[in-house]
Design a protein around this ligand. Structure first.
Ligand SMILES: [Zn+2]
Length: 248
């Protein structure tokens, strides 16, 4: 019983941390996050994300492509697409993990989510040579030695996030379509939809996965924990304009 109460408290505390922030509500935006969450001050913190990536960063030829286990498989069961009020999150259940590429261990894939701007502004979080892409996708993976997210956030390398820029062209992306066609049904906070599992590799720029930037950073939203090994892929995912417009 005591254990159950402690678990509940941890969930409650974690929950309140992830709820109490906003992006563009007048007085309240990312510049104000640091008032409540000290780690979110971009100037004060060394390992702050997102960052600008540039082509002059040190090249490490020994870093090979990551091993993406289970990404080619059609998993059983259902995935859940959820609007959490800040993003659209696809919870992918068990069966996928990432390792190699300089990561200190195996990381289980938990979820992926998207960041986007408004109709008039590009919305990627990271930039490349100051260029901002229309959208960015994050695949969040937790070091398998941790029992839960709270524990992983206390470890400087507790999470490995794979980041992909999303750019536009005129061709529908069939794989992205499995998510984008459900976006109207999760337009409001708290809404969920069921997604039939598909091989996640289909979403990714498969022939360019050895080209990436690596740095040690943080969550890009409160509590901004400095617990993330970032892998930012250089080659974007391409989707059509009609697919991105479903996000607005
Ligand atoms: Zn993110």
């Amino acid at each position: 019983m005591i254990l159950a109460i402690i678990t509940f408290l941890v969930m409650f505390i974690t929950g309140s941390h992830t709820e109490d922030f906003c992006y563009d509500e007048g007085h309240c935006d990312p510049y104000a996050w640091g008032d409540t969450f000290p780690s979110c001050h971009p100037i004060l913190e060394e390992h702050h994300s997102p960052i600008n990536l540039d082509h002059h960063m040190t090249r490490n030829e020994s870093l090979e492509a990551l091993h993406l286990d289970g990404f080619h498989t059609v998993h059983t069961g259902h995935w859940k697409l959820k609007n959490n009020g800040h993003s659209v999150v696809l919870e992918v259940g068990n069966g996928m993990s990432v390792s190699g590429g300089g990561l200190p261990g195996t990381y289980h894939t938990i979820q992926l989510h998207f960041h986007w701007g408004s109709l008039n502004t590009n919305g990627s979080e990271h930039t490349v040579d100051r260029h901002r892409y229309p959208m960015e996708m994050h695949i969040v993976n937790m070091k398998s030695s941790h029992p839960n997210l709270t524990s992983a956030l206390d470890d400087p390398t507790g999470l490995a996030v794979l980041g992909f820029f999303i750019d536009l062209n005129y061709i529908e992306n069939v794989h992205f379509g499995r998510i984008s066609r459900l976006l109207p049904s999760v337009a409001y906070k708290g809404q969920t939809a069921t997604v039939k599992p598909f091989p996640l590799i289909g979403l990714l720029p498969e022939s360019h996965l050895s080209q990436y930037y690596r740095y040690h950073g943080s969550l890009t939203t409160p509590p901004c924990s400095q617990a993330v090994l970032w892998t930012m892929y250089e080659v974007p995912i391409y989707i059509s304009w009609s697919q991105v417009s479903k996000h607005y």
